[in-house]
Design a binder for this molecule. Structure first.
Ligand SMILES: NC(=O)c1ccc[n+]([C@@H]2O[C@H](COP(=O)([O-])OP(=O)(O)OC[C@H]3O[C@@H](n4cnc5c(N)ncnc54)[C@H](OP(=O)(O)O)[C@@H]3O)[C@@H](O)[C@H]2O)c1
Length: 333
């Protein structure tokens, strides 16, 4: 049985999901020869440490570690001090400077710890630097959950499409925009009415700019460009148009001609913009779903769809990445 000591940094929606998935899948993972133990959880209040593995029931459904943390260390210090093999980094995304996640991931990699993250910021800002750091230190950096949440895209290309040249990837990478456009189309809502509904349902943030202006999708386009196409793209290289100016009339006109309007990110074109998608196209998914069509030289076009967000769903992608590190033959973990 291989014991894997995990430090979890960030204790929000995804952090809670990771603790829960590790607990729920404990036996399944043990049957695979892996004893995954989340030995520490860190947020901005402190760190909860238990070398035997933290039992989520001990947290009594707490939203933060206030009054629960047993160590007064956070951030890079916690990553240094805790004896762990792997860091799961799930702090908030900032695609301008990448912090605090960038510092956390750099620290972990320098210390020879594998990193799995759902945090786009550090990868948008410094993808190639972080991959080099991982290689120099003989560890792995995995980030499936940064693009499309639980939808398998990066691992699908890396594992199952080996030998294929990837010609392009086009997709819907933001569930909030897809939900708003779907409701505008189906219910004839205005943009602002559909946005308000999405906010009331918790699908859109109070400040929706990050989603509706295409910033989130552009970040994912940068990650795909650098990871799949070996580019050195930065956020500013992406041409970005969001969905604020789309009217129900435009959606209706498109529908009458056999199309839907979707916010599409495209690589290596490095574009994010509303585009016409044939109603019968595999890209024509509704609600909060994400979708990606991968155009290849050998396998034709392969389309995957799935939930781009959610606590357990995103945690599923993270735990899959953790498992893949210990079942990979590339590096002796
Ligand atoms: N939610 C999803 O479905 C989803 C899907 C795919 C990717 N992601 C990405 O995954 C990451 C986590 O998302 P989330 O929804 O879990 O966010 P969240 O609910 O806002 O949680 C972030 C957590 O990080 C903590 N934090 C902030 N600064 C920190 C620091 N310096 N050190 C340690 N912890 C710190 C926050 O504490 P406070 O709350 O006390 O500030 C909070 O516990 C984000 O980068 C997000 O973009 C999320």
């Amino acid at each position: 049985m291989r014991e894997v000591r995990i430090s979890l940094v960030g204790f929000g929606i995804v952090g809670h999901g990771v603790l829960e998935v590790v607990r729920r899948k404990r036996e399944l993972l043990r049957n695979m020869g892996l004893d995954l133990r989340v030995v520490s959880v860190t947020d901005i209040k402190g760190t909860l440490f238990d070398g035997d593995g933290i039992d989520p029931s001990r947290l009594h459904g707490a939203k933060t570690l206030e009054g629960i943390a047993n160590l007064g260390i956070i951030g890079k210090e916690a990553i240094q001090e805790i004896d762990s093999d792997l860091v799961v980094e799930v702090t908030p995304t900032n695609i301008v400077h990448g912090q605090p996640g960038l510092g956390h991931i750099e620290e972990a990699l320098k210390l020879g710890k594998h990193v799995v993250t759902s945090n786009k910021g550090p990868l948008v800002v410094a993808f190639n630097h972080l991959q080099e750091l991982a290689q120099d230190n003989g560890v792995m950096l995995k980030y499936e959950a940064t693009v499309g949440g639980t939808m398998p895209l990066i691992s699908l290309i890396e594992k199952n499409l080996v030998g294929n040249e990837i010609l392009s990837i086009r997709g819907i990478f933001n569930g909030t925009c897809n939900y708003i456009l779907t409701r505008m189309m189906e219910e004839k809502y205005t943009y602002s009415y559909a946005l308000t509904e999405a906010q009331e349902l918790g699908i859109a943030e109070a400040d929706p700019a990050y989603d509706v202006d295409g910033i989130d999708t552009a970040g994912k386009v940068v990650i795909l460009a650098n990871s799949i196409f070996g580019m050195d793209a930065k956020y500013d290289d992406v041409s970005v148009t969001g969905i604020r100016d789309i009217t129900p009339e435009a959606l209706n006109l498109a529908w009458e001609r056999g199309y839907l309007v979707k916010l599409i990110g495209e690589v290596p074109a490095l574009t994010v913009k509303p585009m016409l998608v044939p109603r019968r196209s595999p890209l024509a998914v509704g609600g909060t779903l994400n979708v990606a069509s991968i155009e290849t030289d050998l396998s034709g076009t392969i389309t995957v769809t799935g939930l781009g967000a959610g606590s357990i769903e995103t945690a599923s992608a993270i735990v899959s990445d953790v498992v893949s590190i210990y079942t990979s033959r590339q590096i002796d973990p």
